[in-house]
Design a protein around this ligand. Structure first.
Ligand SMILES: NC(=O)C1=CN([C@@H]2O[C@H](COP(=O)(O)OP(=O)(O)OC[C@H]3O[C@@H](n4cnc5c(N)ncnc54)[C@H](OP(=O)(O)O)[C@@H]3O)[C@@H](O)[C@H]2O)C=CC1
Ligand SMILES: CC(=O)[C@@H](O)[C@H](O)COP(=O)(O)O
Ligand SMILES: [Mn+2]
Length: 385
């Protein structure tokens, strides 16, 4: 039986992953090694019981007793804390879903890669803040990274065995998020509740707000650059309010291959789970006649300055990705806590990049996890100041 671990099982992507396992045989079909979560102990315990996991881990040490109590009599081992997450990732597994939100997903992801299995990567922050390190770790341990972010799964599927030399450019689509059609002058007063509503996808709160600010797409442009090794000038963004086309690959001969699908993450997760094969998935088929029309527009960089910042990050290289991601996480924390306005997030990130770019070593790719985490700490401090 295939050994499976899911990091961030209690979240939106993680729960879709658990749902897929349950719908395709559950504990009788998969040997579930570890499931991890954060504060949602009842959900974690229920998942671990249903999938008969060896181990369940909460990221929060103070919740260990709650987790133990919730798992009493189940035979599932309980653990808690950052170290316990890394130890869970060190347990050999054939397929690991990386679905923690934020840079907190990096250490478990790197540790899982060092075991030589397959890392199905939803945690885009890992690639943004440490793309080089992630690729080197995978290479050194003969591990495989598969994309789970919907646009990157779509590019991966469009590319097939195509050589990148025959690819003219790649386009990822953006819904435009909650404020796509708002007048610009209203944005400064946008509330957290308004920003936390996505037009098409049901996702965690942080990525939903990132979608409204277009930071999600900015991260995904960098993710495309890091994952596929495409230069920045061959990566485009197209606003597509219906979120039916997820990515398009245009070739040097003038043809374009697009990937379409209903906005359901179980397709991308299931594709990575079954790769290199395709198997039936519990995903509604696309009904284009019902949808009727698909629309597109150019992204507006006045409305969404995050897209310009992504290009600056790719041009700078080195530690810029780690700084960008951490500054964005801090600015997002501050917006959610009501400390700054929606429209102050991008200027905060830009100012942090500017200040830290003067520090020695900024131009060098962080060599190891400690170095990434050092830049991460410095950027959060600067962005909060
Ligand atoms: N949601 C989506 O459809 C998509 C998400 N992604 C990416 O996937 C990742 C997960 O997103 P999403 O599922 O929406 O996020 P959620 O917020 O829904 O879930 C996040 C998961 O991580 C856990 N978690 C939160 N903080 C920490 C921490 N510090 N340490 C360890 N675990 C933690 C949460 O635990 P708990 O809830 O128990 O506190 C939960 O299990 C992100 O990187 C996102 O960008 C990519 C494409 C699509
Ligand atoms: C499902 C997924 O992959 C998300 O990243 C989604 O694409 C977000 O939608 P936006 O296009 O609004 O950023
Ligand atoms: Mn995406």
């Amino acid at each position: 039986m295939r050994r499976i671990s899911i990091f961030g099982a209690t979240g939106s992507v993680g729960a879709n992953g658990v749902d897929l396992l349950m719908q395709t045989g559950g504990a009788d079909a998969f040997d579930v090694v570890a499931l991890t979560g954060g504060r949602n102990i009842p959900r974690l315990a229920q998942m671990a019981r249903e999938l008969r996991a060896d181990l369940a881990v909460t990221a929060h040490e103070e919740l260990l007793e709650d987790l133990r109590a919730a798992l009493a009599g189940s035979g599932v081992e309980a653990a808690a804390g950052t170290q316990a997450l890394a130890e869970a990732a060190a347990r050999p597994a054939d397929w690991v879903l990386s679905a923690i939100v934020g840079a907190a997903g990096l250490r478990p992801g790197l540790t899982a890669l060092a075991q030589g299995g397959t890392l199905a990567l939803a945690n885009k922050e890992s690639l943004v803040c440490a793309g080089g390190l992630l690729r080197r770790t995978a290479h050194d341990h003969r591990a495989t990274i598969l994309p789970v972010d919907s646009e990157h799964s779509a590019i991966f599927q469009c590319l097939g065995n195509e050589n990148l030399e025959s690819v003219k450019d790649v386009t990822i689509t953006a819904s435009g998020g909650a404020f796509r059609d708002w007048p610009l002058e209203r944005l400064a007063a946008a509330t957290v509740a308004e920003a936390s509503t996505h037009p098409n996808w049901a996702m965690g709160q942080r990525i939903t707000i990132d979608s409204a600010s277009m930071f999600n797409k900015a991260m995904e442009v960098i993710e495309t650059h890091e994952f596929f090794g495409l230069p920045a000038d061959r990566i485009k963004v197209l606003v597509h309010p219906e979120s039916i086309i997820h990515a398009l690959v245009s070739h040097v001969d003038g043809g374009t291959i697009a990937h379409l699908g209903a906005p359901d993450m179980r397709h991308a997760i299931g594709y990575a789970l079954n790769w290199p094969h395709r198997r039936p998935l519990p995903v509604a088929p696309l009904d284009l006649a019902r949808i009727g029309s698909l629309t597109f527009r150019e992204p507006d960089e006045i409305r969404w300055p995050a897209l310009r910042l992504a290009r600056e990050v790719m041009a700078a290289g080195g530690a810029a990705g780690a700084v960008f991601n951490a500054a964005k996480e801090q600015a997002l924390d501050d917006f959610i806590a009501g400390r700054i306005a929606f429209t102050r997030m991008a200027p905060r990130v830009e100012a942090t990049l500017e200040r830290l770019s003067a520090r020695p070593g900024f131009g060098h790719d962080p060599a190891d996890l400690d170095s990434v985490l050092e830049w991460d700490r410095a950027a959060r401090q600067e962005a909060a100041a």
